[in-house]
Design a protein around this ligand. Sequence first.
Ligand code: NAD
Length: 370
Amino acid sequence: MKIGVVKEIKVHEYRVALTPAGVQELKRDGHDVIFEAGAGIGSGLDDSAYLAAGAESRTDAAAVFAEAEMIVKVKEPQPVEVAMMREGQIMFTYLHLAADEKLTKGLMASGGHCFSYETLEVNGGLPLLEPMSEVAGRLAIQAGAKFLEKPTGGTGVLLGGVPGVRPARVVVIGGGTVGINAARMAAGLGADVVILDVNLERMRYLDEILPPNCTTVFSTGLALREELKEADLLVGAVLVPGAAAPKLVREDDLVSMKAGSVIVDVAIDQGGCVETARATTHDEPIYIIDDVVHYCVANMPGAVPRTSTYALTNATLSWMRLLANKGHKQAVLESGPMAKAANVIGGKLCYGAVAEAFGMDCSAPQDLVS
Ligand SMILES: NC(=O)c1ccc[n+]([C@@H]2O[C@H](COP(=O)([O-])OP(=O)(O)OC[C@H]3O[C@@H](n4cnc5c(N)ncnc54)[C@H](O)[C@@H]3O)[C@@H](O)[C@H]2O)c1
């Protein structure tokens, strides 16, 4: 199969869907890889590295779209990319269709086969979302530490303190993938960490594996309110699958927080778990309400594309190979996770939650390829 890699064109998106190591693996499976010149530059990957791995370069995305049988990307296709998709062409990327009716209709009209990273499911888990949660959780502490500094509006407290001076208090709401990664980073820097969750099994696990400067607390409104008073840095890392994030921190809670404390609401891509959170960008990541700094960047991993590209491609490559080796029909029929990843096949919608969001018809992907 001929696989095409294009440069991401969404604002401030520097990741790329395939590394030169991935090119080698696909070549070894007998496939050809073409890439848009400069596709990997944002992640520090020169064209020469792709060429050395055996890929061929094309001058623009149009040439890649025209030739490739499968396009691999990172972000959801932008309108100009949707317009270049061909009937029968496979696309594998983050799609987030339930949030975008126009994109859904555009991809259906293209007649392509669109598989999404975020709906690929293995044993109830979402392995192609997990690496980005790992990045965002770790970055939450890096960003939080930065904005706790006085010149950026913070309290002016150093996360780890110094000998003779108390460390900062970091409160993490939600001890899943984002939460555990945030807790680990904060604890490693010497902060005093509290993690709130509602899943007792998960808290038993966290209690066992996290260092002694991390404490687990069962998440109730009362417990959270107590913790807010002490927090220097609050990380929102809650997820209720298939639903908007619950608003656990209300607007009137902010007055009980320290002036200059920082909220990093990682759950902002699901609406945020803080009532006053609204999505921000890497250009203008923060705003201040009631003296509390809010950092609510919806695509946090985009700030560290070198790490994120490798983290993402480590997780996606085996599924790309499966799609390329089997073709979209056999992949859907033989692989449960790949059938879950299928959102649009031959222009027809086959992912329930997307169809439900827009009141459209939905077919089983297996029926569409049979
Ligand atoms: N902003 C970004 O760039 C970015 C990047 C990656 C992930 N995210 C988002 O971060 C959020 C967390 O993702 P994750 O991968 O860690 O999810 P996860 O499912 O691994 O963890 C969520 C945790 O929240 C807990 N939880 C549910 N209700 C709770 C409550 N009332 N109080 C406390 N804890 C509660 C769950 O028990 C679970 O442990 C998601 O919304 C995800 O989309 C954002």
